[in-house]
Design a protein around this ligand. Structure first.
Ligand SMILES: [Zn+2]
Ligand SMILES: [Zn+2]
Length: 492
C-alpha cells in the first residue's frame, strides 16, 4: 500500500511541464535553432520523419564517425516545494544506421544553484543498450517485417534533486562518439521533451537519507470496482456517471497508477479527415480524443475519436510503402462498453489458425490507452496484416479507422518501458481484461517465459495483475488471442 499512497501524493502536486518549447515548434530568430534549447555538435532542428510520414519538427542527432551531438535546455526557477523528484521523458527514434561507441548515448541532468550559475552535481543515464535491445527484440515489428526498432518510443530519467539549494536543472540528450558506417539514416531523432516535478519517485524509490514515513495523503481514493479507483480532490464530489477526460485523467487510477495521464488528447494533423469528411489543411489540437465514463452500473463506456497521438505514415499512401493503402486517418465516433470487473467466460474460445473459427470479430477488439483501437491480426480477406503497417504499427481501415494489429510501441503511456520488469498496461480488450506490453521480467518477454506460460488467448494470471493479455512481438496472435471474458457488442 505504500506505493499507492506515494501515487496519491504525487498526483495532485506539480504536474506541469517545465520545458519551454517542448515540441521544437518555435524557432529562435537569431540562432535559427529551436527556441529555449542549445544544440551542439551534429545536432540540427529538422523534420523528424521521412517524406511518406506524418511527423513534426524535432532534433536530429547525427552520428558520423567520431562526431558528437547533443540537445539541452537549462530550466531555472525550480521551486523545491513543488517536489524533490524530477523526471525527464522524451520520445526518441534511432534510425537503422545510428551507431555510437562505448554505449555513450546519454540522458544527463546537471544541477545548479543561483539560477544556473553555480554547478552542484550531475547525473547521467546511458540508453544505448535499450536501443540495441529494441533492435534485437522488435526487428520484425517494423515496415515489411524489418527495422522494427526504428520507431518512436519514450525514454526517461528520474532523479532526486541532490541539495536544497538547487534551483536549476540542465537536461541534455546526446552522444559522445559516433560510429556510423552508413552514409544515410544515421540519426537519433528526438522530440516531445517533458520535465516534471514530483514529491515522490514515480517508480517507488525512496529518498536515501530520509526515514521512510507515511507521505501526506492529498487525495481521497474512491473505489470504482475491479482494479479501478478515482482520486478525488478534497472538495470534489464523486457521483455517477463519472466522466474522465484529459483535465482529470491523472485522477483515474488502474492498480494505483494513472495510466491515462497525458494520453487522452491528440492532434488533428494535416491530411487527417474530420468526422464530417473535411481534410485538415493544418494541424490543430484535438482535446478529449478519448473520454472514459464510469456509468455506475458496473460498466465503463469508452468514447474515442480514434486519432493517434504519435507520428504515423501519410495516408492515403501514395508512396507505396504502406501497400498503397487508400484510407485516410479519419475521426470516429467510436463507443465501446465493457465491465469494470471483467469475468472469465466459460464459453470463451481462442482463435484457431487464421481465425477460421471467428473467435475474434473484424473491427475493434479493444483499445489502447491513447484511444486507438486494436484489431485482430487480419485484414479483410484474412490476410495477415502485419506486413503493411506504418512505423508505429498502425494503418487506417477502408472506413478510415486507424488501428493496431500488433504491439504499438509508439503508444505514449505515462511510463517508458525499459524492459527491466513487467511491462505497463497499454490498453484493454473489449471484455475489459488489460493488455500489457511485451515484457514479463527483466529482459524476458512474456512470449518466452518457461513457467506461467501464456495460454491460447495470449494471457496468463498472476496475483498482482489477475488475468491479463500480453503483446507478443513477432509471435501470433501478437495481442489478444480471443476474448477470455464476456463482451458487450454495443457500439455506436
Ligand atoms: Zn489493418
Ligand atoms: Zn504478465
Amino acid at each position: 500500500m505504500m506505493t499507492m499512497f506515494s501515487t496519491v501524493a504525487f498526483l495532485l502536486v506539480g504536474s506541469n511541464n517545465l520545458i519551454r518549447n517542448p515540441d521544437f515548434e518555435l524557432v529562435d530568430a537569431k540562432s535559427k535553432g529551436p527556441e529555449g534549447f542549445v544544440l551542439a555538435g551534429s545536432a540540427t532542428r529538422d523534420y523528424v520523419g521521412y517524406t511518406d510520414e506524418n511527423a513534426s519538427y524535432g532534433v536530429h542527432l547525427t552520428a558520423a564517425k567520431g562526431n558528437a551531438g547533443s540537445v539541452s535546455q537549462l530550466v531555472t526557477g525550480i521551486d523545491q516545494k513543488q517536489g524533490k523528484w524530477i523526471k525527464l521523458t522524451f520520445r526518441g527514434r534511432p534510425e537503422d544506421g545510428f551507431l555510437v561507441e562505448d554505449d555513450k548515448l546519454f540522458i544527463k541532468m546537471e544541477f545548479f544553484s543561483k539560477a544556473g550559475k553555480t554547478p552542484m552535481d550531475s547525473a547521467e543515464r546511458l540508453i544505448y543498450r535499450e536501443v540495441l535491445r529494441d533492435r534485437a527484440d522488435f526487428a520484425i515489428n517494423g515496415n515489411n517485417l524489418s527495422n522494427g526498432a526504428s520507431v518512436w518510443r519514450t525514454y526517461e530519467f528520474e532523479e532526486l534533486l541532490p541539495f536544497a539549494e538547487v534551483d536549476s536543472v540542465k537536461v541534455t540528450v546526446g552522444f559522445a562518439k559516433g560510429a556510423a558506417k552508413a552514409e544515410k539514416f544515421t540519426s537519433f531523432f528526438v522530440d516531445d521533451f517533458e520535465l516534471i516535478q514530483n514529491d515522490s519517485s514515480t517508480d517507488g524509490r525512496v529518498e536515501p537519507s530520509s526515514e521512510p514515513s507515511e507521505p501526506a495523503v492529498k487525495g481521497r481514493e474512491v473505489k470504482l470496482g475491479g482494479y479501478w479507483s478515482y482520486l478525488a480532490t478534497p472538495n470534489e464530489k464523486v457521483a455517477f456517471p463519472l466522466v474522465v477526460k484529459q483535465a482529470n485523467s491523472k485522477q483515474l487510477l488502474y492498480r494505483g497508477s494513472s495510466i491515462f495521464a497525458g494520453t487522452m488528447s491528440s492532434v488533428m494533423k494535416e491530411g487527417f479527415m474530420s468526422y464530417e469528411g473535411q481534410i485538415a489543411t493544418k494541424s490543430t489540437p484535438l482535446p478529449d480524443n478519448l473520454v472514459i465514463t464510469f456509468t455506475g452500473n458496473g460498466t465503463i463506456q469508452v468514447d474515442s475519436k480514434n486519432i493517434p497521438n504519435h507520428p504515423t505514415a501519410r495516408f492515403p499512401d501514395n508512396y507505396g510503402t504502406q501497400g498503397y493503402n487508400p484510407g485516410y486517418i479519419g475521426e470516429q465516433r467510436m463507443r465501446m462498453v465493457f465491465p469494470v470487473e471483467p469475468k472469465k467466460s466459460d464459453s470463451a474460445i481462442a482463435m484457431t489458425q487464421g481465425n477460421a473459427n471467428r473467435a475474434l470479430n473484424m473491427g475493434p477488439t479493444g483499445f489502447a490507452v491513447n484511444g486507438v483501437v486494436f484489431y485482430n491480426p487480419f485484414d479483410a480477406g484474412r490476410s495477415d496484416a502485419s506486413r503493411i503497417m506504418d512505423r508505429c504499427c498502425g494503418h487506417p481501415s477502408p472506413d478510415y479507422m486507424y488501428h493496431y494489429h500488433k504491439y504499438p510501441i509508439c503508444v505514449n503511456t505515462p511510463f517508458a518501458d525499459k524492459g527491466q520488469g513487467h511491462s505497463p498496461v497499454i490498453g484493454f480488450g473489449k471484455d475489459g481484461f488489460p493488455v500489457y506490453g511485451p515484457y514479463e521480467t527483466n529482459g524476458v518477454m512474456a512470449k518466452d517465459v518457461t513457467s506461467n506460460k501464456l495460454n491460447d488467448f495470449n494471457a496468463h494470471f498472476d496475483e498482482q495483475r489477475g488475468w491479463h493479455y500480453h503483446a507478443t512481438p513477432g509471435k501470433f496472435p501478437y495481442m489478444i488471442g480471443g476474448y477470455m471474458g464476456t463482451v458487450s457488442n454495443r457500439r455506436r
